[in-house]
Design a protein around this ligand. Structure first.
Ligand code: SF4
Ligand code: SF4
Length: 469
């Protein structure tokens, strides 16, 4: 039996003071000095930790905000002197899509490599926009001893990247013909280049190490080349160069050690694929298509060419269509492309990679259900390094996460932890859905419910169709 995919992890605490959501405001003036003060009863021991923090204070601009918000001390204080406050620094992190809660949960996973536990019940809204308007069917969740990370049955998260022949021809019991190159990844995830807004520090060495630790692939701008000669053997199989028309091509002997390369959709796609194949016949070539108003149609058209093996569709960093006033969300664009390819009879021939707005592991599973074979992520790995996603990420401006002097081992360890936690969550999700293979999850919309469909089914007959923007 092949060895199970397993990512080695270890806890890696943050370098900077934690930015928690809640802090306790303590009005000490009227304190009755109770013998059994509620502060001693905090199950998370936050009052003692706060005293230690203040005694050893190094960052004078960071207050202690690490209360878990259980309200126990607030409710039980005899004189009612304690109250909770929400940390304004916490509330200022990220944006409407990359919410403070997403940032916090990502930090926690990068620290512990564990699946975050939110406590008893879900306290959030029933539905929302984007991926929150889609629910996965967890009706098989009753079998924890059989499925999931602690289950006895193996759930495969491997995926294949490349063009697959639609049929096989056998002669004397052996398949004949030319088989296009195919590469396998142990989970449906590729690390993408950081968006221009958040490319303050050079994280190349950190990302390369994280890709090698997790046996995944990271996409790189070739200007990041060359890296240390000694690193080539270890890192090149985990690197995919992104070649836009203006980019200098990496040396041929370097390209031959990689397994995947990505090219821009610059109108000369077919010639460029041919040229790359002449240098390295076993390389898989992906074409990157920006998801603007013409993006989905372009992806569908390109998939019809025999030379095209992989299409990487990229929305903006919030998962929205690029450059339109009323943008569609990536999940809807994936579904449109996937469905059109099925109608054209070409869906099984090519691999579809989707990126943009993948902020949580459930987004990875949901994008696959919508029809992507695998996804790319970028910002979650930046967040793993304690990035706040602030809007002043420019050289010369102070970075609250001090990413400019990050230790590569620390950075790669935190990214590795995060990917391991995502892998565990994908297994848990698939186990709860009764799925054994990530490949079979692709396009299985029967495993999900979509808010728009349910609303239409339930209320459409009474109120008609919802107005489109
Ligand atoms: S609210 Fe709960 S977690 Fe926070 S300090 Fe009080 S007892 Fe501790
Ligand atoms: S913390 Fe802010 S300044 Fe630092 S890398 Fe992240 S977004 Fe940029």
């Amino acid at each position: 039996m092949p060895e199970k995919y397993h990512i080695k992890t270890q806890p890696i605490p943050p370098r900077r003071p934690r930015v928690g959501k809640y802090g306790v405001v303590d009005w000490r003036e009227d304190c009755a000095r109770c013998h059994n003060c509620v502060k001693k009863a905090c199950v998370y021991d936050r009052y003692r930790m706060e005293s230690d923090y203040i005694r050893n204070l190094t960052d004078v601009d960071a207050l202690y905000f690490d209360c878990r918000g259980c309200f126990s001390c607030v409710q039980d204080c005899t004189k009612g002197l304690l109250c909770l406050s929400v940390n304004p620094v916490y509330e200022g992190m990220g944006n409407r899509y990359w919410t403070p809660d997403i940032i916090k949960t990502t930090w926690l996973q990068a620290e512990t490599a564990k699946i975050p536990v939110s406590g008893a019940g879900y306290g959030g809204p029933f539905t929302g926009t984007g991926f929150d308007a889609m629910w996965t069917d967890m009706s098989e969740i009753v079998r924890p001893t059989r499925d999931g990370i602690h289950g006895r049955e193996y759930i495969s998260t491997s995926v294949d990247i490349g063009r697959k022949p639609s049929f096989l021809v056998f002669e004397e019991g052996k398949p004949t013909g030319v088989f296009p190159p195919l590469l396998s990844l142990p989970m449906p995830l590729i690390i993408d280049m950081s968006p221009a807004q958040y490319s303050l520090p050079d994280l190349g060495p950190v990302i390369r190490q994280a890709a090698a630790n997790t046996d995944l692939i990271a996409i790189f701008d070739p200007s990041d080349w060359p890296f240390q000669q000694a690193d080539q053997q270890r890192y090149l199989p985990h690197v995919a160069f992104y070649l836009d028309s203006a980019a200098p091509e990496p040396p041929k002997e370097v390209l031959r050690k990689t397994r995947l390369v990505e090219i821009a959709d610059d109108g000369k796609v077919l010639e460029r694929i041919k040229k790359l194949k002449s240098i390295h016949p076993d390389i898989v070539v992906a074409v990157r298509i920006e998801l603007d108003a013409k993006g989905p149609r372009r992806a569908i058209d390109l998939a019809g060419f025999e030379e095209v093996e992989v299409i990487h569709i990229a929305a903006d960093l919030n998962g929205n269509e690029i450059g339109t006033k009323n943008p569609r969300f990536i999940k809807d664009m994936i579904r449109e492309i996937h469905t059109a390819l099925i109608e054209d009879g070409t869906r099984d021939d090519i691999t579809l990679i989707a990126g943009g707005g993948i902020a949580l592991p459930e987004h990875m599973a949901k994008a696959i259900i919508c029809g992507a074979d695998l996804v790319t992520i970028d910002l979650p790995l930046m967040i793993a390094l304690e990035c706040h996603l602030c809007d002043r990420c420019e050289p010369g401006m102070p970075c609250p996460a001090k990413l400019e002097d990050i230790d590569p081992d620390y950075g790669a360890g935190r990214m590795t932890n995060l990917i391991a936690a995502w892998h565990d969550q994908l297994i848990e999700l698939m186990g709860a859905m009764g799925m054994r293979e990530a490949r079979r999850l692709r396009g299985d919309v029967g495993r999900a419910m979509f808010f728009e469909d349910l609303e239409e089914e339930t209320f459409g007959r009474l109120f008609g169709t919802r107005k489109k923007n």
